[in-house]
Design a protein around this ligand. Structure first.
Ligand SMILES: Cc1cc2nc3c(=O)[nH]c(=O)nc-3n(C[C@H](O)[C@H](O)[C@H](O)COP(=O)(O)OP(=O)(O)OC[C@H]3O[C@@H](n4cnc5c(N)ncnc54)[C@H](O)[C@@H]3O)c2cc1C
Length: 353
């Protein structure tokens, strides 16, 4: 059987890992030919392709697993690699590059175990078309290559924001960086110590700011977003997760929102911290989302996803400490605002100080 996987990010790589695992576990399994299509040469995907050791996972090691049967394999790997010792390894926020290395290692081992009954071929190109042809599928890539297969896995990640919001005379500038997670994208900006404006104030901004601030002592970073919200910080130690009982939580956004708020407030009252309440809701998200109609889903994305995101997708404590220090010294400024115009200026740019 020939399986085409479009996208070699975390999801695509894990698909290949689990296919290899299935083949290795069953001597009678039919041989598999896997074709992975991705224009980027980064197994594990853009966010895990970073090489900066200051870019940390925002999930503790115990929450990062490739194989549900090996629950604490990454924790053990971090210990074996000497990053952290003892019980601290469970609540360790490893560099994302190390997670990518771990994933590549486990993937290579799984392929070895599958032996000749699994072949994996990479096609370095973007898929531009997919079609059902007879009982199979056909993928066409940007250079016109046609790939036929029996099954198709689409693992292309979230759609990028793109350049649509930026005027052309900004987006065609060499110092405009549309996606900091593309390989060496930050290179031209890291090369000097000019000030940098970051559009967005989420986890990507946090990592970009950390890289920029350590690359130039004089540099300042200003970050803006409509809400001007920063991700909240993880607690300094593991606090657990309390999963809400959602059986009676209603079928529309108002009711579910009220029930989630009650749950989080109750946990904060009982445990002195809201985080275990928020983290527990994570296990119910698919179920709660399934109860919303299209209009409620749109309302959530428009009005509530930002507030939810900063609580749910938090930065590691050490990144939070760097951000706090940079804000205290004025090297990082976070504002709320919208882009309404732009003006050319000299580079490297420095605001009057
Ligand atoms: C700053 C930051 C920190 C994060 N920290 C964590 C964390 O600690 N833990 C965690 O679990 N998650 C974390 N995430 C989220 C994580 O990166 C994503 O959940 C995960 O990488 C998604 O994997 P994916 O394979 O679905 O998508 P991606 O990693 O985006 O991969 C998609 C791949 O598909 C390819 N592709 C897209 N379109 C095509 C096409 N037409 N043809 C061929 N290929 C295509 C892309 O080139 C890419 O390689 C973080 C994200 C960010 C931005």
């Amino acid at each position: 059987m020939r399986i085409i996987v479009v996208g070699a990010g975390a999801a695509g790589s894990l698909v290949v890992f689990h296919l290899a695992r299935l083949v290795a576990a069953d001597d009678r399994a039919e041989p598999l030919e896997v074709v992975v299509v991705d224009p980027i040469d980064q197994v594990a995907g853009p966010a895990f392709g970073t090489t900066d050791p200051a870019h940390l996972l925002n999930v503790p090691a115990s929450g990062m697993l490739v194989d549900p049967d090996e629950r604490f394999d990454f924790v053990d790997w971090c210990r074996a690699e000497g990053f952290v010792g003892g019980d601290e390894a469970h609540y360790f926020f490893a560099p994302r590059a190390q997670w990518a290395r771990y994933l590549r290692t486990r993937l290579a081992e799984a392929r070895d175990r599958a032996g000749e009954r699994l072949s994996v071929r990479f096609v370095r190109d973007g898929a531009v078309g997919v079609a059902v042809v007879g009982a199979g599928v056909r993928v066409t890539t940007a250079d016109g290559t046609v790939l036929d297969g029996d099954r198709l896995v689409l693992a292309t990640g979230l759609p990028g924001v793109g350049n649509g919001w930026a005027p052309c005379d900004l987006s065609d500038q060499p110092r405009y960086i549309a996606n900091p997670w593309m390989p060496v994208a930050l290179g031209p900006v890291l090369a000097d110590d000019g000030d940098v404006l970051v559009i967005g104030t989420g986890l990507t901004m946090v990592d970009v700011a950390i890289s920029l601030l350590k690359s130039g002592d004089d540099r300042r970073v200003e970050a803006i977003s409509r809400g001007g919200r920063l991700p909240r910080r993880h607690a300094d130690s593991y606090l657990g997760e309390v999963v809400p009982d959602t059986a009676t939580e209603g079928d529309n956004l108002d009711e579910i929102r009220a029930a989630v708020a009650t749950h989080v407030a109750r946990i904060e009252r009982l445990l002195g911290n809201w985080r275990p309440g928020v983290d527990g809701v994570r296990y119910r998200i698919a179920e709660l989302w399934g109860r919303l109609d299209e209009a409620d889903r749109r309302t959530f994305v428009r009005d509530l996803a930002g507030d939810w995101g900063v609580r749910r997708h938090r930065m590691p404590p050490s990144s939070g400490a760097l951000v706090d220090e940079a804000r205290r010294t004025g090297r990082l400024v976070v504002r709320s605002g919208r882009i309404t115009g732009r003006r050319r200026c000299r580079w490297p740019h420095r605001r009057d100080r």
